[in-house]
Design a protein around this ligand. Structure first.
Ligand SMILES: NC(=O)c1ccc[n+]([C@@H]2O[C@H](COP(=O)([O-])OP(=O)(O)OC[C@H]3O[C@@H](n4cnc5c(N)ncnc54)[C@H](OP(=O)(O)O)[C@@H]3O)[C@@H](O)[C@H]2O)c1
Length: 342
């Protein structure tokens, strides 16, 4: 029994839905995102992690490239010192693109564990299926001259290192992020330890029905990033054609019925559809209302159907900076023709 005190207006973590992974482990069906874009400081995000756990969050989505794991680690240490057992938390992190090489994954994981002040991770993901990376904050037209298309042989070398982390007990589950069906098919064919989760962009205007179904049919739990449509994403990730989920009349109407912000409707829809949304916010009122939304009465069948009908196939995180020189455009990163683009 935990001696940790939940905030008086918090949500009992036992009332938050969970998803069961292929190992039988349960992941809380909502997590807190920690990517501050260009707008929020690491200190503000670490304070939000502490505040979110105090109101009932038990799942935090981290990544080395967000540059704030050392600060989040201090927040985690404080809540555990306050009586919350480590086993009650679900902590995810991700290996960045510059650490795919032989021996590097172990180094990256060790660094993340040190920063987060943990001795194991619940889930470790390969952040992107490419070793291509860029300096922080560069424009979308910037290209890494060493960038290459997806090479399965190399991805498997990285995956084997991920598998070794599980064997070594440093990581309980491993998974993928920003993958496509053709790439996942190869991984499922060759993996000794199959991915437990796939983190992918999922919000009402970008529902990815095919990839979602493929993932679920293969026993992989989808984690949905940018679940609110990432209104605070960096300006470099915005284009004129992008649509805005929280302004959609269908979402706004449901929000009015419930007396909540449209963001909460996006989160509720994500949980109810079966993905694990990881909304970001540093504001207590926002992250608390997102958690309350995940744990409260479901949307009606008609509302779920109405939201299913507003998919606009509008990908927001296009990944242009990971393109290789001969690539035509960002769609090459996503294998839109059904085969791996080279
Ligand atoms: N695997 C990957 O490659 C990948 C990529 C992207 C993101 N992620 C993960 O996914 C997380 C979430 O994605 P995201 O940060 O892009 O976007 P998001 O969660 O869709 O949007 C976050 C923004 O939504 C607004 N918001 C949140 N809750 C709200 C509420 N209750 N009411 C009103 N507004 C609310 C806030 O904007 P205001 O501040 O304007 O109020 C907040 O900054 C990231 O933090 C990161 O952990 C992973």
């Amino acid at each position: 029994m935990s001696s940790f005190t939940l905030a008086s207006d918090g949500v009992d973590p036992n009332c938050v839905p969970t998803r069961t992974l292929s190992t039988g482990a349960k992941i809380p069906a909502i997590g807190l995102g920690t990517f501050g874009s260009d707008r929020f400081s690491g200190e503000a995000i670490a304070a939000a992690v502490k505040g979110a756990i105090a109101v009932g969050y038990r799942h935090i989505d981290c990544a080395a490239v967000y540059g704030n794991e050392h600060l989040i680690g201090s927040a985690l240490q404080a809540v555990m010192a306050g009586g919350l057992p480590r086993e009650e938390l679900w902590i995810t992190s991700k290996v960045w693109n510059d650490m795919h090489g032989e021996g590097d994954v172990l180094l990256a994981c060790a660094r993340t564990l040190k920063d987060l002040k943990l001795d194991y991770l619940d889930l470790y993901l390969i952040h992107w299926p490419f070793p291509n990376y860029h300096a922080p904050g560069v424009g979308v037209d910037s290209r890494d001259p060493h960038a290459r298309p997806y090479l399965h042989e190399n991805y498997m070398k990285t995956w084997r290192q991920m598998e070794r982390l599980v064997t070594a007990g440093l990581v309980r589950h491993i998974g993928t992020s920003n993958m496509t069906i053709p790439k996942l098919k190869l991984l499922l064919r060759d993996a000794q330890i199959k991915p437990a989760c796939n983190e992918m962009e999922l919000h009402p205007h970008f529902q990815q029905p095919e990839l979602f179904k493929f993932v679920v049919d293969n026993g992989i739990v989808p984690i949905g990033f940018s679940p609110i449509g990432s209104p605070t994403r960096p300006d470099r990730d915005k284009t004129r054609d992008d649509t805005v989920d929280i302004e959609d009349p269908v979402i706004v109407k449901i929000a009015q019925r419930l007396g909540v912000h449209p963001a909460v409707v996006c989160v509720k829809w994500g949980v109810q559809r079966g993905q694990v949304p990881i909304p970001f916010s540093v504001y207590r009122e926002q992250y608390l209302s997102n958690l309350q939304g995940a744990a409260s009465d479901p949307l009606t069948a008609e509302e779920m159907q109405a939201i299913a009908g507003i998919d606009k196939n509008c990908r927001l995180i296009k990944g242009q900076v990971f393109l290789w020189e001969s690539a035509k455009d960002w769609e090459d990163l996503w294998d839109v023709k059904g085969e791996i683009a080279v």
